[in-house]
Design a protein around this ligand. Structure first.
Ligand code: NDP
Length: 256
């Protein structure tokens, strides 16, 4: 048990929740919702101006339920950065209850486009970034004998379409790594994979390949709000300790 786990919030016990990639889209919605529900949220990303603006926007709602949202500069591709993200939060809050590995990039392209640097980027952020989170959070969870690791994967963790080969590979990997973590973890550590369908965010903005960008305009025509994913994360967190919500897929009703 961490030192500050006794307060009750509308969503149950207040938790110290770390969210990566909280400067836009799904991570921003997760951080905002959980802070408004009374949790102590540590919001990480590279764009600290966006994190500070988020902290200002959510301050009133968070204060009403006793929650907080703290911006922290974070690059998940840097293992030391992620270690500091976790150890800093642990030192400030007496523990870490939840790590939400959400940061991701999706520069889709066909393999014959040979955008090798973009492949590397996806592997660095979507796979190595996730592993850096596990490496930093797992020893803390094991020492506390409590914790919850949440991975934001994708429907791309379950299917491949033209232009998604490398992105889907990183999300299949995220799914596999998280499932392995679940199987290996002590029952005091819970593990959840949330796989979104098309959600309004800045994600498609990382696509440089013109063909993939055009295809995405049709594919992403029906998107749901990022708070739909935040609600799924909140649901998993709010379950009693003996209940581990392992996987949630949330798609637009229009998405096949
Ligand atoms: P956004 O582009 O809106 O958000 C991506 C977030 O990741 C940003 O906050 C960005 O912050 C952060 N990020 C990127 N690189 C790094 C890095 N090196 N270090 C730290 N943070 C980083 O997209 P989404 O909100 O849509 O994406 C969030 C997650 O959801 C991703 O894992 C994505 O794959 C997944 N997903 C999204 C879907 C969608 O339709 N939107 C569907 C399925 C899955 P910054 O640039 O400031 O560092």
């Amino acid at each position: 048990m961490t030192t500050q786990q006794t307060e009750q919030t509308p969503a149950g016990r207040a938790k110290t929740v770390l969210v990566t990639g909280a400067s836009s889209g799904i991570g921003e919605a997760v951080a905002a919702r959980l802070a408004a529900e009374g949790h102590r949220v540590v919001a990480g990303a590279r764009r600290t101006d966006r994190l500070k603006a988020l902290a200002e926007r959510t301050a009133d709602a968070a204060a009403r339920s006793g929650g907080t949202l703290e911006p922290v500069r974070l690059d998940v591709t840097d293992r030391a950065d992620v270690a500091d993200f976790v150890s800093g939060a642990r030192a400030r809050h007496g523990g870490v209850d939840v790590f939400v590995a959400n940061a991701g990039v999706m520069p889709l392209s066909r393999l014959d486009s040979l955008l090798v640097e973009e492949w590397d980027r996806m592997i660095d952020v979507n796979v190595r970034g996730l592993l850096h989170g596990i490496a930093a959070a797992l020893p803390v969870f094991d020492a506390q004998r409590s914790g919850h690791f949440v991975t934001v994967a994708s429907v791309g963790a379950h299917e491949v379409v033209p232009t998604s080969a490398v992105y889907s590979a990183t999300k299949y990997a995220a799914w596999a790594i998280t499932e392995g973590l679940r199987q290996e973890s002590d029952p005091s550590v819970r593990v959840t994979t949330v796989s979104p369908g098309v959600v309004t965010s800045e994600l498609a903005g990382t696509i440089t390949d013109p063909g993939a960008a055009e295809a995405m305009r049709t594919y992403r025509a029906h998107a749901i709000a990022p708070d739909a994913i935040a609600a799924a994360v909140s649901y998993a967190l709010s379950q009693p300790p003996e209940v581990d919500v392992n996987e949630i897929v949330v798609r637009p009703a229009h998405q096949r």
